[in-house]
Design a protein around this ligand. Structure first.
Ligand code: ZN
Length: 230
């Protein structure tokens, strides 16, 4: 569940992302009545097995719900809640098609699982949030070019990043780019290649550059603007 909105007197409109159908919307009638059979499970982050009825409009109607994972520890931690909310928001903005994208579904589930895991104290860090963003850009088909200049293919002297070009750029192609430190470049390469739980470390300045690089790439190529990562 990415988003749950109060609707009418006692209903909820749900924005969901499913493993098999991608993004869809549903309505849960009577979900806000005190004795609703849906209980308190129609809330963001819940991983659910839903029984759905196809109605007349765009929205499916929820007729049954089983909880697969409620991530209870995530819900009791402010930083984890905030990180989870930003992740769901990024999914809403970037993955809006009713087309299955199992890697995207799995990525979000892994991130929520990490945020729920008491053995993962770094899970709510900016490093992991930015690694999630990079991986989300990758599974959505908007990964920045990091191996060579996105404008001319040059493999050396990569000193800038250009959202318009969609990746790192060399000294000769740096018009319209911003300076990207070696540390920020290394962070992006490592974050894309490693599991979320092993997100690399980096200094705040480098992390700001990474956030800007991902943000500008998605603005230019996916036409979406993400909220601040932290
Ligand atoms: Zn170049």
């Amino acid at each position: 569940m990415l988003r749950s909105i109060r609707y009418g007197e006692a209903d909820r409109i749900l924005h969901l992302y499913s493993k098999t159908q991608g993004r869809f919307g549903a309505i849960a009638k009577g979900a806000r009545k005190p004795k609703s059979r849906f209980g308190g499970r129609l809330e963001p982050f819940f991983r659910l097995d839903l029984v759905l009825h196809e109605g007349r409009g765009d929205l499916m109607t929820v007729t049954g719900v089983t909880t697969l994972d409620g991530y209870p520890r995530l819900r009791s931690s402010g930083p984890a809640l905030s990180a989870g909310a930003r992740a769901c928001d990024a999914m809403l903005r970037l993955l809006d098609s009713a087309e299955a994208n199992q890697p995207a579904y799995n990525l979000l589930c892994r991130y929520l699982g990490l945020l729920d895991d008491p053995g993962q104290p770094r899970a709510a860090s900016l490093e992991v949030a930015l690694s999630f963003r990079l991986k989300l850009a990758l599974v959505a088909g908007f990964a920045p070019e990091l191996a060579s200049c996105a404008a001319c293919g040059e493999a050396e002297h990569l000193t800038g990043f250009s959202g318009a070009a969609g990746g790192v750029v060399c000294g000769s192609c740096e018009a319209g780019s911003f300076g990207l430190s070696e540390e920020a470049h290394r962070f992006m390469v490592e974050a894309m290649g490693k599991p979320l739980a092993e997100a690399p470390e980096a200094e705040p300045l480098a992390l700001r550059q990474v956030e800007r690089a991902v943000g500008e790439t998605l603005e230019h190529h996916a036409h979406v603007q993400l909220r601040a990562a932290a």
